[in-house]
Design a binder for this molecule. Structure first.
Ligand code: GYE
Length: 320
């Protein structure tokens, strides 16, 4: 084939693409995504959801794992700015300390979408929207379940220990606030200890061991800010010769598969759902933002409460 003929065919193909198949010619949206880490089952499901949704939506995803460190997230965001991505999305490990880097993104004209966790910035124009759960409401739901539970044993006082999530993170702050709000007037509940276990199983076990050493059988209730810490604590409780779910009532949050398994075995009493499947809504929102559409400042996902009694029936329907 001559050079001229080849050029002609290429030009004709391009013209065809431009007219008949515009999708082939369109440039894919490039998204830089900074993930918190891989600290929990929830986080793993969230990562899978984001990656799968990007593939399905034809979004070119640049994924960075921050290993639970804010400085890694700041670095990743700066590198996304340098690469001139179309949209930056991230799940901020903690709430504060984002003003400078978000101002840099704004100066570069790159829209920022928050997923899962909120930031604490004075200038709300530094991000377009936050897609995720209402963590205060999740904390309230955990507290309300506990209020109902203790009501069935009037006159009895319940000593509570609490495992908090990552210090300074939106879910740790908000879940505690929601739980405290609905339980503070309950004279049957007494908070013995509260400490962070960083949303991980290993830390959940370690901190629960310390709680048990200090307070032993006097602990009646554990409130864990996520299922993974509760699952770690269950091991500690069993190793101490006690029955999780019976000797110590356990309330946690997320509704991941591991929690359902623990509930089916009678070791966990309730898990408040937190939906990690944010990928499809994130991709749609990114496309809308890029197309110049107005999007709501807050997009909240629907969630439920799963007490142990329904765990077996609900298990086959669970997606994470
Ligand atoms: O509950 C926990 C994870 O930010 C909602 O982070 C998320 C929380 C989730 O590590 O398991």
């Amino acid at each position: 084939m001559t050079v001229q003929r080849r050029t002609f065919i290429a030009a004709a193909a391009l013209a065809l693409a431009g007219t008949t198949f515009p999708a082939l010619a369109a440039k894919p949206l490039v998204m830089g995504f900074s993930q918190v880490g891989a600290e929990s089952e929830w986080r793993t499901a969230n990562t899978v959801s984001v990656k799968d949704a990007a593939k399905k939506a034809g979004v070119n995803l640049k994924f960075a794992d921050a290993q639970q460190r804010q400085e890694n997230q700041v670095k990743a965001i700066r590198s996304f700015i340098a690469q001139k991505v179309d949209v930056i999305a991230f799940s901020p490990v903690v709430e504060s300390g984002w003003d400078t880097v978000l101002r840099e993104a704004k100066a570069a004209n790159i829209p920022v979408i928050l997923t899962d966790r909120d930031v604490n910035v004075a200038d709300k124009s530094l991000y377009v929207t936050l897609i995720g759960s209402d963590f205060v409401e999740e904390g309230r739901r955990a507290g309300r379940w506990l209020n109902e539970f203790v009501k069935k044993q009037p006159g009895k006082t319940f000593n509570v220990v609490e495992l908090q999530g990552t210090v300074g993170s939106a879910p740790a702050i908000d879940r505690k606030a929601g739980f405290d709000e609905v339980t503070k007037g309950n004279a049957q509940l007494k908070l013995l200890r509260t400490q962070t276990a960083e949303f991980t199983r290993a830390k959940g076990k370690e901190v629960m061991e310390a709680f048990l050493k200090a307070h032993g059988k006097t602990i009646n209730v554990l409130f864990a800010h996520n299922d993974d810490m509760a699952i770690g604590a269950i091991q500690a409780i069993e190793e101490a010769g006690l029955k999780p779910g019976k000797d110590i009532v356990i309330v946690s949050i997320d509704g991941v598969r591991g929690a359902f398994e623990a509930m089916i075995q009678g070791k966990l009493n309730v898990s408040v759902e937190c939906n990690p499947l944010l990928g499809p809504l994130l991709m749609q929102t990114a496309k809308d933002v890029k197309a110049g559409k107005q999007v709501p400042k807050r997009l909240v996902v629907e969630e439920r409460v799963f007490p142990a009694e329904v765990a077996l029936k609900e298990f086959p329907n669970r997606k994470y």
